[in-house]
Design a protein around this ligand. Structure first.
Ligand SMILES: Cc1ncc(COP(=O)(O)O)c(C=O)c1O
Length: 410
């Protein structure tokens, strides 16, 4: 009997808890102590930040990496570098964290949302192409949950149309796709070091590029466009931001960079094992893997068809398994008052209503229908790189138990 209906749980987590994630160790402590002992935590003048940035760039085989305070900031550095005109449009995915969208709005551009491809659970390149207008200034491809977007198609559209391609790799650190790493296909790649990410500094971010001009602009934008090469009194360039990383974050980041390969390899293996454990079940769709991708499973997105995803997640919780229904519950444009109600700058409704464009932007309920349907089927399964094979087998076993015992709704 299902634990939800009074049966005993598949896993008794009182006596056998799942491993909690413990990302930090002695090396982080050593390097943070070193940062503090240096008496300078500011990125300029510190030793650790240049080292962290150069090692990060080396890990991705690119020329430039600029550290920042969050994934949102890393994306802000990217969008600020692309420098849209007010009212320009930036096409992105309807499933993401608001951190992808905030920088678009703060740079006075309008987010335009493309639908989701159920085969990859990432943005559908055909829908991206359909949405391009003369005002499209960039595409932000989001490698959701650690799975690759169809990058050949997106890169081809970007180069044919001459539109910059930004990759949001916040959930896809060191993730492979057809022999290259995500973040190196587009013009700019962006990463988050928030606590739940494959490598973490609590909060933090990095923006990478192989292009010298973009790299110079990224570094300058993140530093208020402060002209540090100038002798004498200070001067600033165009409007920038302070997104600077600190030596404390770089200290932790340096230690994390040594581990992230192992974290990603473990998650890839465990996620694959979980998929094998739940394949061929009626009404269960394991996490899709884009052909050619090495999924890094920031999280495990299972879909249920024919069950309520909320009841399924609750039934799993009763079995002792960490699970939640949906990721965001609705497309992102319905999860944020800034987008749904145009609550941005005072009462202006800018940039959705603006003299800088002929269009007005309202996000209709029937936009991105596949995204809505997919989100209504998602059950996110919790695991981390420290799970054993036995732990994963328990997650899979509990999914099988719930799938066979839970009432179908259609
Ligand atoms: C896909 C995606 N983009 C952007 C962000 C924003 O990153 P941060 O929370 O570090 O600002 C996140 C973080 O959750 C994310 O998952």
């Amino acid at each position: 009997m299902l634990a939800l209906h009074g049966g005993s749980p598949y896993r008794d987590t009182e006596s056998r808890p799942f491993p909690a994630r413990t990302p930090f160790g002695d090396e982080e402590i050593r390097l943070v102590t070193k940062a503090l002992r240096s008496q300078n935590l500011f990125r300029w003048g510190g030793e650790l930040t240049p080292l962290f940035e150069s090692r990060f760039a080396e890990a991705y085989g690119v020329k430039h990496a600029v550290g920042s305070t969050s994934g949102t900031a890393a994306l802000h550095v990217a969008v600020g570098t692309v420098n849209p005109e007010p009212g320009d449009e930036i096409i992105t995915s309807a499933i993401t964290d608001l951190g992808t969208i905030i920088p678009i709005l703060y740079q006075n551009a309008v987010p335009v949302f493309a639908d989701t491809d159920p085969e990859t659970l990432t943005v559908d390149p055909e829908d991206v192409e359909r949405l391009i207008t003369p005002r499209t200034r960039a595409i932000i491809a989001i490698h959701l949950f650690g799975n690759a977007c169809r990058m050949e198609a997106l890169a081809e559209i970007s180069s044919r149309k001459g539109i910059p391609l930004i990759e949001d790799c916040c959930q896809a650190h060191l993730t492979g796709y057809r022999g290259k790493l995500l973040g190196t296909f587009g013009d700019i790649g962006c990463f988050s070091f928030q606590q739940s990410k494959h490598m973490t500094t609590g909060d933090g971010g990095m923006t990478i590029t192989n292009d010298d001009a973009l790299g110079r602009c990224m570094r300058s934008f993140a530093d208020k466009h402060y002209d540090r090469d100038r002798a004498g009194s200070r001067m600033y360039g165009p409007l920038g931001m302070n997104c600077r990383i600190t030596e404390l974050h770089s200290a932790v980041g340096l230690a994390q960079l040594e581990k992230v390969g192992r974290v990603v390899a473990s998650r890839n293996r465990l996620g694959g094992r979980l998929s094998e454990g739940i394949e061929h079940l009626d009404g269960i769709v394991p996490a899709p893997v884009t052909p050619g991708a090495t999924h890094s499973y920031w999280s495990y997105p299972m879909r249920v068809t024919g069950y309520s995803n909320e009841t399924f997640a609750r039934a799993l919780n009763a079995e002792g398994i960490g699970a939640s229904a949906g990721y965001i519950g609705d497309p992102i444009f319905q999860c944020s008052a800034a987008l749904a109600e145009h609550r941005t700058y005072g009462d202006s409704r800018f940039p959705f209503f603006s003299p800088y464009t002929d269009r007005t932007f309202e996000y209709a309920d029937d936009m991105c229908p596949r995204t809505r349907e997919l989100l209504g089927q998602l059950v996110m399964l919790s695991f981390n790189e420290q799970y054993t094979d036995g732990d994963i087998d328990d997650v899979a076993g509990a999914v099988r138990k719930v799938a066979s015992g839970l009432q179908r709704v259609r």
